[in-house]
Design a protein around this ligand. Structure first.
Ligand code: ZN
Length: 334
C-alpha cells in the first residue's frame, strides 16, 4: 500500500536564492545505525527568475564523467552568474555510485529501470519516486548524464526519445548545442521505467548523454561533458556565455530498433572485428566468440543485423550469450 508521500528529506530549500549544498536524507535503519540515513548530495543554485534546470549524474553508479563534471560545476558556479534555478543531483543512485557499480549494492536496483518508483520500496525505488514526484515537476529541462559504464564504451553522444513534430527541431538544436560528436534520437527505447519516461510524464524536456565509459574518465570525454553542460545552460538562458565546441559539428543520427544492436550468440571470449566509428553493412561480421572450454571447436561469429555506424562497443573480453557487443546508429531521417 503506497502512502504517496516521499520519506526523503531535503536539507536544502530549492526555492531560496544563492547556492545551497546539502543532502537528501533517505532513512535507512541498519545494524550499524538504527536511526541513520543515506546522504545523497544535492545542490540548488538560484538567482532571480528564469529557466528551471535539473542536472543529474550517477543514475548508474559506474558512469563517472557526469559525476565529475557536475562536481566541478557545483564548485565553480557563482549564483550571480546564473539566471533562474539549477538543481544538481550528481550521484543520483548514491549507494551505487560509492560502490562504483551500475546498480545499488543494497537492493540491486537499477535506478533507470525503477521509475515511477515507490515511496515505500527499497532505496532505489524511493530515489526514483523522489525524482519523479519532487524534482522533475520543479524543472523545465532535465539533462541526465550517462556513459557506457563498466561494460560499454561510446562515441560520445547526446540522445533523446524522438520528440513529436512540435518539439523535433528544438530537440535537434539542443543536441547540436551540447556539441558531442554524435546526437541520436531513439524510437521506443527501454519502456516506461526510465528517467526519459518519467520526464515525459512530468512534461519536462529531457536530454541524456552517453559519454565514452569503459569504467574510467578520460580527459576528452570530460571536456565534452563540461563544455556541453555549459553550452546547454547558455542556450536555455541560465548562463550568459559558454565555451564553443572544439570538435566537428554534431552528427545527428537515430537508433530505431533491436536490429541496431548486436549480441553475443554464445558464451566465450570476445574478439572485436570492428571499432567505434566504423561503417558496417547488414551481415558484416562483428566479432568472434572463442570457446574457452573446448578451444579446438570453431568459434562462433556475431554479425550485424543492420547497416550503420558503430557508436557503442563492449569493453570486457569475457561474454555470456545475450551480452551486447555493439550498437549502431544511422543518419537521422525526419
Ligand atoms: Zn547509464
Amino acid at each position: 500500500m503506497q502512502s504517496g508521500k516521499s520519506r526523503l528529506y531535503p536539507e536544502i530549500d530549492f526555492d531560496a536564492p544563492g547556492k545551497r549544498t546539502g543532502f537528501l536524507r533517505l532513512p535507512h535503519s541498519v545494524h550499524r545505525s538504527a536511526y541513520g540515513w543515506i546522504p545523497i548530495p544535492i545542490v540548488a543554485i538560484a538567482n532571480g527568475t528564469g529557466p528551471r534546470v535539473f542536472l543529474m549524474g550517477g543514475n548508474h553508479g559506474d558512469e563517472y564523467e557526469g559525476q565529475v563534471a557536475l562536481g566541478k560545476l557545483i564548485r565553480a558556479l557563482d549564483p550571480g552568474e546564473i539566471q533562474g534555478r539549477i538543481i544538481i543531483l550528481p550521484s543520483a543512485n548514491f549507494p551505487a555510485a560509492i560502490a562504483g557499480s551500475r546498480t545499488s549494492p543494497i537492493d540491486q536496483g537499477n535506478l533507470n529501470r525503477s521509475f515511477p518508483g515507490d515511496p515505500d520500496g527499497g532505496p532505489t525505488a524511493q530515489i526514483a519516486h523522489y525524482i519523479e514526484t519532487e524534482l522533475l515537476p520543479r524543472s523545465d529541462f532535465v539533462l541526465d548524464i550517462h556513459s557506457g559504464g563498466s561494460s560499454l564504451t561510446y562515441r560520445p553522444s547526446t540522445l533523446m526519445r524522438r520528440p513529436g513534430p512540435d518539439r523535433f527541431d528544438r530537440g535537434a538544436e539542443m543536441m547540436r548545442t551540447f556539441g558531442a560528436p554524435v546526437g541520436y534520437m531513439v524510437d521506443g527505447g527501454w519502456g516506461e521505467h526510465t528517467l526519459t519516461a518519467a520526464a515525459a510524464r512530468a512534461g519536462t524536456f529531457h536530454m541524456s548523454t552517453e559519454l565514452a565509459g569503459g569504467g574510467q574518465v578520460t580527459p576528452a570525454a570530460l571536456a565534452i561533458a563540461e563544455g556541453g553542460i555549459r553550452r546547454v545552460l547558455a542556450k536555455l538562458g541560465v548562463l550568459a556565455e559558454a565555451p564553443a565546441p572544439s570538435g566537428p559539428p554534431t552528427r545527428l543520427m537515430q537508433v530505431r530498433g533491436q536490429d541496431y544492436y548486436c549480441y553475443a550468440p554464445e558464451p566465450g571470449l570476445f574478439e572485436p572485428l570492428v571499432d567505434l566509428g566504423d561503417e558496417v553493412a547488414a551481415g558484416t561480421p562483428a566479432g568472434v566468440i572463442h570457446c574457452q572450454d573446448t578451444p579446438w571447436r570453431e568459434p562462433a561469429l556475431a554479425h550485424f543485423g543492420h547497416a550503420g555506424i558503430v557508436i557503442c562497443k563492449r569493453v570486457p573480453g569475457r561474454v555470456e550469450r545475450g551480452d551486447c557487443l555493439y550498437h549502431l546508429a544511422t543518419d537521422l531521417e525526419t
